[in-house]
Design a protein around this ligand. Structure first.
Ligand code: PEP
Length: 250
C-alpha cells in the first residue's frame, strides 16, 4: 500500500460527459508513481462512466456516500454491493457536509463503516471539528469522540483497510487551509488515539488532511511525517491542479 494517498472528492459537480472529460484529462497528464495512490470520488450518476475509463489504470474509484443497509425500501439510497458492482474500491464516510448539512450522526456513520467493511469497500472516514469547537479549545476532544464512536466495534484486523481524513470544517471550501502545525497536532493525536484505544500500530494507517488543499500549499503540508496525503475538493475539479498535488506528494 503506497504511503501517499490523494483522493479527489468531486462533490456535486460534473455531468457524465463532463466527468468523462475530466478523467481523460487526468489520465493524459498523470505519470503513475509507485509511492502515490490516486482515487477519484465522482457523484453516483457518474460512477459507471468513470469506472469504465479507469479500467486497467492505477487510479481507484471511490463513492462519496453509502447506505448502511444491504437492500430494501430506502428511497434514494445506494447500497455497498451496488457500489462494489460499479467498481468502487473506496467510499467516503462521514464527510462534514453529510454530517452538518444532512444530519448524519456518529452512530449512522459507524453503521456505514461496518456496512462498507462487510462488503469489502474501503472506508475513507472523515472527522473534523467546527470553528467554534476549535476556538473553544475542544478540537482534540471532538476528534477523539468522532473516532471512538465512528470506529466503535471495528476489529483490529480491519484497520489496515481504513483511511482516516482529518478535515477541519472551518478549512473546507473556505480557502483557509490548516497550517502544517495545526494539522500535524491533530494527526499525531489521531495516531496516538488509535494506538491507545485500539492497540494498533498506527504508523501503518494512512491519515489524510483535507480542507482547501491546493497545488500551492500541498508541499508544506506533505512535509509533515504525520500527513500521508490529501482529500481534495475544489482543486480536484481541475486536472492540472489535481495531478500537480499528486506529483508534489511523491
Ligand atoms: C472536501 O470537501 O473534502 C474538501 C477538502 O474540500 P476543499 O478542498 O474544497 O476544501
Amino acid at each position: 500500500m503506497p504511503n501517499r494517498f490523494i483522493v479527489g472528492n468531486w462533490k456535486m459537480h460534473k455531468t457524465i460527459s463532463q466527468a468523462e472529460t475530466l478523467i481523460q484529462d487526468i489520465l493524459a497528464l498523470y505519470q503513475p508513481n509507485p509511492s502515490v495512490e490516486l482515487a477519484v470520488a465522482p457523484p453516483f450518476v457518474d460512477l459507471q462512466a468513470v469506472s469504465k475509463l479507469l479500467t486497467s489504470t492505477p487510479i481507484h474509484l471511490a463513492a462519496q456516500n453509502v447506505c448502511a443497509k444491504d437492500e430494501g425500501a430506502f428511497t434514494g439510497e445506494i447500497s455497498p454491493s451496488m457500489l462494489k458492482d460499479l467498481g468502487c474500491h473506496y467510499v467516503i464516510i462521514g464527510h462534514s457536509e453529510r454530517r452538518h448539512l444532512f444530519g448524519e450522526s456518529n452512530h449512522m456513520i459507524n453503521e456505514k463503516i461496518h456496512a462498507a467493511l462487510h462488503h469489502d469497500l474501503h472506508p475513507i472516514f472523515c472527522i473534523g471539528e467546527r470553528l467554534e469547537e476549535r476556538e473553544a479549545g475542544h478540537s482534540l476532544s471532538v476528534i477523539q469522540h468522532q473516532l471512538q464512536t465512528g470506529l466503535a466495534g471495528v476489529k483490529t484486523q480491519d484497520f489496515h483497510t481504513i483511511t482516516i481524513a482529518y478535515e477541519p470544517v472551518w478549512a473546507i471550501g473556505t480557502g483557509k487551509a490548516a497550517t502544517v502545525e495545526e494539522a500535524t497536532e491533530v494527526h499525531a493525536a489521531i495516531r496516538s488515539s488509535l494506538s491507545t484505544h485500539w492497540n494498533i500500530d498506527s504508523t501503518h494507517i494512512r491519515i489524510l488532511y483535507g480542507g482547501s488543499v491546493t497545488a500551492e500549499n500541498a508541499k508544506a503540508l506533505f512535509h509533515s511525517p504525520h500527513i500521508n496525503g490529501a482529500l481534495v475538493g475544489k482543486a480536484c475539479l481541475n486536472s492540472e491542479s489535481f495531478v500537480k498535488i499528486a506529483e508534489i506528494s511523491a
